[in-house]
Design a protein around this ligand. Structure first.
Ligand SMILES: [Zn+2]
Length: 484
C-alpha cells in the first residue's frame, strides 16, 4: 500500500490531486480507524456525529466536532492508540483498504497465507517516540507501528535525502548526530537518515551519551560534513569547543537544526562560528517536526524556504483561529489562512490524533510550488510556540497601560540582542514591570556597551544583566529563551 508520495510525485501532482488523496485517507480513517480508537469512539458518541459523515476536515468543523488539546492527550495517551477488535480485524482491515481504493493490497491480504503477520505489522505499535520535552520538560509520546517506522518514515527520509544531499555531488559524506540520545524523534530520525544516506554514519549522540569533548575530537579526526543537532547545543557547546580545540572541518558542511526553533540570528551564529573551523560554505537548514505529526517531518530545502510538508499522506495539517478554553477540548474554532497548527493523522494505526491542536503558531502558510525545489507541497514559515505568544500577550495585557501603551515583542528583543556579534546567548525575562535581558558573552562589558547602543532608542529599555550559560540553565531548570 502506498503510504507516502515519492519526490517525483510531489513534483508532478497538483495541490488538488494531493488534497484528493488526503481526503480519501481521512474518510477511510474516520470510517474504519477512529471507531477502533477509544478516545474518538467516545467523542463521536458524545457529539452525536456519525463516523461516515466526515469526508473532509471542513466536515469536522461543520459537524461541530472540537479540537483536542495536548492536556486531553497527555491524560490518557493509551486511549489514542488504534486498538482493532482482534476477532474482526481481518474484515475491518479489508474494508479499510477497499475504501482507500487499495485493491492490490486488498487482494494481497486475501491471498496471503500469513495474514496475522501482515496485520501485526500494520497495527501492533513498535516504537515509542517523544518530542517537546527538550524545552518544556514535558515530552509528548507517540507510538509508531512497524509499517510506519520502516516503510513510511523510511520513505519520507528518502525524500529528505534526495532533497538535501544532492548539493554534495559525488563528494564523500560523513554524518554526525549530536541530538541528545533518548527516545527522541530528532535523534532517531537523524540516525535513520544518516544510515540511509551518508557514506559514513559516525553513530554518535549528545546529551550526556557522549561528552562534547569526545564528539569534538572525533569531528577533528573524521571531518563530518553533515552535522545534525539542536542549534542551542551547536552554538553554545559544540562549535565553541571545536574552535578552542583548533579542529578543522571540511569546506562545505550542512548543519541541520531540529527540535527547537532557530531564529535568523542563531542561524547566522552557526555560520560565523563554523567559518572559524575552516568551513567556507556553511549550509544551515532548519526542520520542523513533532511526535504528534509522527512521520510527517518537515525540512527546509534552502535557508528560509519554509518547512515543506513532504508527507501529505501521513497527516493533514491546517491552521485555525481558536478561543481559549479552560477545558481539554476547544469547541470554539474556525479555519484561518494562518494561526494555530492543527493535525489530522491519516496514516492508519499506532497513535491516532485527529483534530489535534499542536500548540504551535504558523505565522505564514504557502500553498504554492516551492520556487527552489519545485515541490507542490504546503510550506510553513515561522513556527512559534504558543508559550512565547502568551508571554507577549501577558506583557501587552498587563503592563501596557503603565508603559504608555507601548506594545513590545519579547521574541524580537531576544532576536535583536543576538544579532550583536559579541553576544552568544540571550534570555528575556519579565520581572514585574522590568524587562530583564540576560546575556552571555566572552567580554561582557564590551557586549553590554554594544547592547546599550542597540537599545538606545527602544521605547522600553531592557535591564542588561551579564550572566553565564550555566546560570541560564538554572539549578536543575532547563534553559528557556523567554520567561513571562
Ligand atoms: Zn523547496
Amino acid at each position: 500500500m502506498n503510504e507516502h508520495l515519492t519526490l517525483s510525485q510531489l513534483k508532478r501532482y497538483s495541490f488538488r490531486k494531493i488534497e484528493r488523496l488526503q481526503n480519501l485517507r481521512l474518510r477511510a480513517v474516520c470510517k474504519h480507524i477512529l471507531p477502533a480508537t477509544p478516545f474518538y469512539r467516545s467523542l463521536f458518541e458524545a457529539y452525536g456525529v456519525a463516523f461516515n459523515s466526515i469526508r473532509t476536515i471542513e466536515d469536522w468543523h461543520m459537524q461541530g466536532l472540537p479540537l483536542i488539546k495536548k492536556s486531553a492527550y497527555l491524560k490518557r495517551p493509551q486511549d489514542f492508540v488504534v486498538q482493532p477488535d482482534k476477532a474482526h480485524v481481518f474484515s475491518s482491515h479489508l474494508s479499510y483498504l477497499l475504501s482507500l481504493e487499495e485493491y492490490r493490497s486488498a487482494l494481497d491480504l486475501i491471498l496471503l497465507p500469513n495474514k496475522r503477520e501482515l496485520l501485526k505489522q500494520y497495527y501492533q505499535p513498535k516504537m515509542l517516540i517523544f518530542s517537546g520535552g527538550t524545552e518544556t520538560g514535558n515530552p509528548t509520546p507517540a507510538l509508531l507501528t512497524p509499517q510506519q517506522k520502516f516503510n513510511t518514515l523510511g520513505g519520507v527520509l528518502g525524500i529528505i535525502g534526495e532533497l538535501l544531499l544532492s548539493r554534495f555531488g559525488t563528494a564523500q559524506t560523513t554524518g554526525m548526530n549530536v541530538f541528545p540520545y533518548a527516545p527522541h524523534l530528532g535523534w532517531h530520525a537523524v540516525h535513520q537518515a544518516l544510515d540511509m544516506h551518508a557514506d559514513l554514519n559516525l553513530n554518535t549522540a549528545a546529551g550526556g551519551a557522549m561528552p562534547t569533548e569526545r564528539l569534538v575530537k572525533l569531528a577533528g579526526k573524521t571531518k563530518p560534513n553533515i552535522i545534525c543537532g539542536m542549534n542551542e547545543y551547536l552554538r553554545n557547546r559544540f562549535l565553541p569547543l571545536a574552535i578552542k580545540e583548533n579542529i578543522k572541518l571540511p569546506e562545505t558542511v550542512l548543519f541541520i537544526n531540529g527540535a527547537q526553533k532557530m531564529i535568523d540570528a542563531e542561524r547566522r551564529q552557526i555560520e560565523e562560528l563554523s567559518k572559524k573551523l575552516g568551513v567556507t560554505n556553511p549550509i544551515v537548514l532548519d526542520f520542523y517536526g513533532a511526535s504528534e505529526l509522527k512521520t510527517a517531518l518537515m525540512p527546509e530545502c534552502q535557508s528560509g524556504s519554509g518547512f515543506h510538508h513532504i508527507a501529505p499522506l501521513s497527516s493533514i495539517v491546517d491552521t485555525v483561529t481558536a478561543k481559549p478554553s479552560g477545558k481539554d477540548i476547544i469547541d470554539n474554532w474556525d479555519f484561518a489562512v494562518n494561526g494555530y497548527g492543527v493535525t489530522w493523522n491519516i496514516d492508519g494505526a499506532g497513535t491516532m490524533l485527529s483534530g489535534y491542536f499542536l500548540g504551535d503558531v504558523f505565522e505564514r502558510v504557502e500553498n504554492s510550488q516551492c520556487p527552489h525545489c519545485k515541490l507542490n507541497v504546503k510550506r510553513i514559515f515561522e513556527v512559534s510556540r504558543i508559550r512565547d505568544v502568551q508571554a507577549q500577550i501577558g506583557l501587552t495585557g498587563a503592563v501596557e497601560a503603565k508603559l504608555k501603551g507601548a506594545k513590545i515583542n519579547l521574541a524580537a528583543y531576544r532576536e535583536e540582542a543576538l544579532s550583536v556579534k559579541e553576544v552568544k546567548e540571550v534570555q528575556v525575562v519579565l520581572r514585574g514591570k522590568t524587562l530583564e535581558l540576560r546575556f552571555v558573552a566572552d567580554n561582557p562589558s564590551r557586549a553590554k556597551k554594544e547592547l546599550e547602543t542597540l537599545f538606545k532608542s527602544a521605547e522600553i529599555k531592557p535591564k542588561l544583566v551579564p550572566t553565564t550559560y550555566e546560570k541560564l540553565k538554572g539549578d536543575k531548570l532547563k534553559y528557556e529563551p523567554i520567561k513571562p
